[in-house]
Design a protein around this ligand. Structure first.
Ligand code: FMN
Length: 150
């Protein structure tokens, strides 16, 4: 059974809630799912034979949440080459900010630098447009699934 790792970065809990909502939906599609907690990330290099979904909100002016910031820096400095890794990114943000989904964009750029392949376009969820990011993410999973199985 193919494994999917979900990594979240959150300030107020929405991105974590999205991860926890997606996990059983992805399991229903026949995958094994692991939600990585922030304290597990220091030793986590995404395995290339597993799928990765990063769900990350943005804080400050385009900045990464504190819980995921150390992992970003670790990957940036270790720079593992991950050409077989398939990843997707869900960005939570607010289009009121010029730096809309800035943290998710930073992750996308980082994984491109690491040589990884994006399975889908980045999925952006705008807090100015929706009160329930988990519902948007659930709808998006069918897009993700069709791309993964492509
Ligand atoms: C202080 C603060 C700064 C923010 N900065 C940004 C930003 O630069 N870009 C953006 O797209 N959203 C920004 N947001 C919006 C959040 O990313 C958005 O509300 C998100 O849904 C929060 O998710 P979370 O609960 O997982 O942290 C900011 C929100 C706050 C409260």
């Amino acid at each position: 059974m193919k494994k999917v790792n979900l990594v979240f970065g959150t300030v107020y809990g929405s991105a974590q809630h999205v991860a926890e909502t997606l996990a059983p939906a992805i399991e229903k599609l026949g995958y094994e799912v692991a939600i990585k907690q922030p304290n597990e990330l220091a030793s986590f290099t995404p395995p290339e034979d597993e799928l990765l979904i990063i769900i990350c909100s943005t804080t400050g002016q385009g900045d990464l949440p504190d819980d995921i910031f150390p992992w970003f820096n670790l990957l940036k400095s270790n720079a593992p080459y991950l050409p077989k890794l398939n990843y997707s990114i869900i960005g939570l943000g607010d289009s009121c900010y010029e730096t809309f989904c800035g943290a998710a964009r930073q992750f996308d750029a980082l994984f491109q630098e690491l040589g990884a392949n994006t399975v889908t376009d980045m999925f952006e969820i705008d807090a100015s447009e929706t009160m329930s990011p988990e519902d948007d993410a659930l709808n998006w999973i069918s897009v993700w699934h069709s791309q993964v199985e492509h």
